[in-house]
Structures are given as structure tokens and as C-alpha cells.
Design a protein around this ligand. Structure first.
Ligand SMILES: Cc1cc2nc3c(=O)[nH]c(=O)nc-3n(C[C@H](O)[C@H](O)[C@H](O)COP(=O)(O)OP(=O)(O)OC[C@H]3O[C@@H](n4cnc5c(N)ncnc54)[C@H](O)[C@@H]3O)c2cc1C
Length: 396
């Protein structure tokens, strides 16, 4: 009988896994993607949506079109639970059987862990989904009409730092272009133990680099602090101090999403082996932000290890390879270490950061600044959307 692969999530991890399984097994496999969102969104460009350099339509693809053209079924729905013994996933309305399951559900943004933290309710904005980035854009436009202090950055247990550095540089640039920078103090607030730490002990000389660039641009930094509460125009920190703001954009703490968290660690992230297979259930795989990944050493304020798009794609290809290997009774592929490659826009310039492996001590790391970086990032955006539109998981 035709084996069934069920993929939860329609983003970097889920789409790559679905396309790659289909490419490897063709007509011999039945693949279904269940996704809460019915669009793929190129998340790395959301800082540009806030500043108005991108519109939503340029960053999104309808999942039903791109999946059905590759003979992959698409279900627009939310996985509410997994029964690993019966090998079933339940959504709000249906039950789906599977032979292999790939969990690629990304993060739950746990705003509820900090009183007053947005963006669901509360007083702060965030740029981690298209909808939230659109709301951030509206808030940014209001700030331009009525200037005042901006606070942006990451709360404790957040594990994606790059976008808020990028946003700090982009907003600084926009304010200078409008000759308004003197009316808007910018503070970067973070749980990282130093600037440029990024949850991975830095990349190359990222600490000194960010410190210098913030100093040049007059961006104030408040480092290694947890947020205890947010009031309408003030953020309370763990040392009793407060940061006033007119506009605050903060990354909330990350957890695993509700429908899959029961298979995960206490924060709901899925423990996997080097094949990206669940440590307890051999036919369940997890990739991307959904995966549990321990930091090399704890920071004074807890931070998470980021799972970037580049890492997520590699995990998804590995999981797909191993599903095909299991179907064909061939040897699986193990990955011991991932690397990280990041392009950060900084207004007119930008920085390329690379580290291999992700956590120190490392074989190689690199940080290069240049005016070519925003162009390279725009090129990557176009290339990745083209690749997803055509279901081309094979290319890097
Ligand atoms: C603003 C921003 C900028 C970034 N910049 C970069 C960058 O420059 N470079 C880089 O490499 N990475 C970057 N990243 C990180 C990159 O986007 C992530 O690594 C990548 O999105 C992770 O993919 P994922 O598939 O694991 O999860 P996600 O992209 O979070 O996708 C999760 C998917 O699961 C679906 N889902 C959630 N819950 C359920 C459920 N219960 N049932 C079914 N479906 C569900 C969602 O609808 C979504 O389709 C950035 C991220 C953000 C937010």
C-alpha cells in the first residue's frame, strides 16, 4: 500500500521536507501538508515590510497552488494533537493517518509569560509573522507622525535575535533619511549576555562589530536583562529599572506549539537524534524551530539557540532523505553539526555572518560588512521564493 507522509507546517521546514520527499519517492509516496497559515511567507524580509520597502504580496505564495502543482495534498488547518501509537494527527475537524510524520510547526510566541507583552494583546509589537509585522508597520507610521522613544529587541527565552538588530539599523537609517533621528532615541534591549551574542556566543567578531556600529549610530544598548512586565508606555526590567517607550517591538519568549508540545521537552520543543528523528518515535521527524537544541552554556538571562532558515532547510532535507531511506531500506544520513549563514541588512550597508559549527569552539567563522549585502539579501529573497514556487528542494 502507498505510504503516507504527513507534514505539519508550510514554511521553510515543512515545504522543503514535502518537496524533497516527493522528489525522492515520486509516485511511490502520498504526501500531505497541514498548515495553520494558507500562505508561505518569506519571513527574513519582514523588517523591510515595517519600513515600507516591501509589500506583503511580494513576500507570499499561496500554499495550495505550489503544493498541488507538485501532486502534494494541502490541508489548511491546525494540528491539535498527535497520537504516536495510533499514528494519527487530529485537526479541529479531521483525523489524518500517517506512516511518517514531519513536525515543522515553528514557534509558539509565548506572550502570556510576561504580563503586558504583545503583540496578541498587551503593549508591544513584534515582527515574527506577516500579520504582526503589518501591525508593526502601522505603529511605526504613527510614531513618525508623533515621535518619541523606541525600544526594540528580545525578551528572555527568545531565540531569534538577528531580525531585531536588523530592525534597529533599518529604523535608524529611515529616521536619519527623514531628518528625525534627534527626536527618536533608540534602545536595543536584550536577554543576550553581550551585544552580538545572538544566542550562539557570537559569530566571528560580532560583539565588537555591533558595539561599534551601535556607537556610530547612537543606539543605546541594555544587555542581559529580563522583562518582568510591560505597561502602556514603560517596560519593567528584572533589576527594578524601567524603560519608557512610545513604540516597543520585542521578540516574545519561544515555546513549541500547543498541538505538538506533548511530544517535546518542558518548553514543547521536539528532541531529535542526528537523523532529525524523534528520540522515542522512529517514524516522527522534527525540523526547524520546532526542534529542541541546547545552548552550549547557559547565559545569565536564559536565551534560546536560533534555528535559522538555512539550518531549517538542511534539517528538512536530512529528514526527507531519511524517510526515503527508510522506505527503500537504505542507509540513513546523520548530521552531527549544522552551520549558520546570515545576511543582515543595515540600511545602506549590511553584514554577512557565518559560523561553522553553530556553537563555539568553531572551525571557521566570518563577518564581512559591505554595501553589497542588502543586494545579496534581496537576491536571496527572489531566489528562495522562485525555488518554493517551483518546488525545487534540491537546489541549495
Ligand atoms: C523576521 C524574521 C527574520 C528572519 N531572518 C532570517 C534570515 O535573515 N536568515 C535566516 O536564515 N533565517 C531568518 N529567520 C529565521 C527563519 O525564518 C526561520 O528559521 C524559519 O522560518 C523556520 O522555519 P520553520 O519551518 O521551522 O518554522 P516557521 O517558519 O515558523 O513556520 C511554521 C509553520 O507551521 C505552521 N503551523 C504552526 N502551528 C501549526 C499547527 N498547530 N498545525 C499546523 N501548522 C502549524 C505555520 O502556519 C507555519 O506554516 C528570520 C525569521 C524571522 C521571523
Amino acid at each position: 500500500m502507498l505510504k503516507k507522509v504527513l507534514v505539519l507546517g508550510g514554511s521553510f521546514g515543512g515545504l522543503t521536507a514535502a518537496f524533497e520527499v516527493k522528489r525522492r519517492l515520486g509516485e511511490h509516496i502520498d504526501v500531505t501538508v497541514i498548515s495553520k497559515d494558507d500562505r508561505f511567507v518569506f519571513l527574513p524580509s519582514l523588517p523591510w515590510l515595517v519600513t515600507g520597502h516591501r509589500q506583503a504580496a511580494a513576500l507570499t505564495l499561496p500554499l495550495s497552488d505550489i503544493l498541488t502543482s507538485r501532486k502534494i495534498h494541502f490541508v489548511h488547518g491546525t494540528a491539535c494533537g498527535i497520537d504516536p501509537v495510533r499514528m494519527q494527527v487530529t485537526t479541529e475537524t479531521e483525523t489524518h493517518n500517517y506512516d511518517y510524520l514531519v513536525i515543522a510547526t515553528g514557534p509558539h510566541l509565548a506572550c502570556e509569560e510576561i504580563p503586558g507583552l504583545g503583540p496578541k494583546q498587551g503593549h508591544t509589537h513584534c515582527i515574527f509573522t506577516l500579520e504582526y509585522a503589518q501591525r508593526s508597520r502601522e505603529a511605526w507610521q504613527k510614531l513618525l507622525a508623533n515621535p518619541g522613544p523606541i525600544v526594540l529587541g528580545s525578551t528572555q527565552m527568545a531565540s531569534c535575535f538577528g531580525p531585531y538588530y536588523e530592525l534597529a539599523f533599518e529604523l535608524d537609517q529611515e529616521l536619519r533619511r527623514r531628518r528625525m533621528r534627534h527626536k527618536v532615541p533608540i534602545t536595543y534591549l536584550t536577554s543576550e549576555s553581550c551585544l552580538g551574542h545572538m544566542g550562539i556566543g557570537g559569530l566571528g567578531a560580532s560583539r565588537r562589530f555591533i558595539e561599534d556600529e551601535f556607537a556610530k549610530r547612537d543606539i543605546n544598548a541594555v544587555v542581559s536583562h529580563a522583562v518582568t512586565e510591560v505597561e502602556p508606555e514603560s517596560i519593567h526590567l528584572d533589576n527594578g529599572s524601567r524603560l519608557p517607550f512610545k513604540l516597543a517591538m520585542l521578540a516574545p519568549p519561544f515555546k513549541g506549539v500547543a498541538g505538538v508540545a506533548h511530544l517535546g521537552n518542558p518548553r514543547g520543543f521536539i528532541p531529535v537524534d542526528s537523523h532529525y528523528r524523534h528520540q522515542q518515535y522512529a517514524n516522527i521527524y522534527a525540523v526547524g524551530v520546532a526542534v529542541a537544541m541546547a545552548p552550549r552554556e547557559p547565559t545569565p538571562v536564559p536565551t534560546g539557540v536560533p534555528k535559522t532558515g538555512h539550518m531549517t532547510v538542511r534539517m528538512a532535507k536530512t529528514a526527507a532523505f531519511n524517510i526515503a531511506a527508510d522506505c527503500n531500506n537504505t542507509a540513513p544520513l546523520a548530521i552531527e553539526d549544522l552551520n549558520v549563514l546570515c545576511l543582515m541588512g543595515m540600511g545602506k550597508t549590511g553584514a554577512l555572518m557565518f559560523a561553522d559549527p553553530i556553537l563555539p569552539p568553531r572551525q571557521r567563522s566570518l563577518l564581512k560588512q559591505g554595501r553589497w549585502v542588502p543586494w545579496a539579501k534581496a537576491g536571496l529573497e527572489r531566489y528562495f521564493l522562485w525555488k518554493m514556487r517551483h518546488g525545487l528542494s534540491r537546489l541549495p
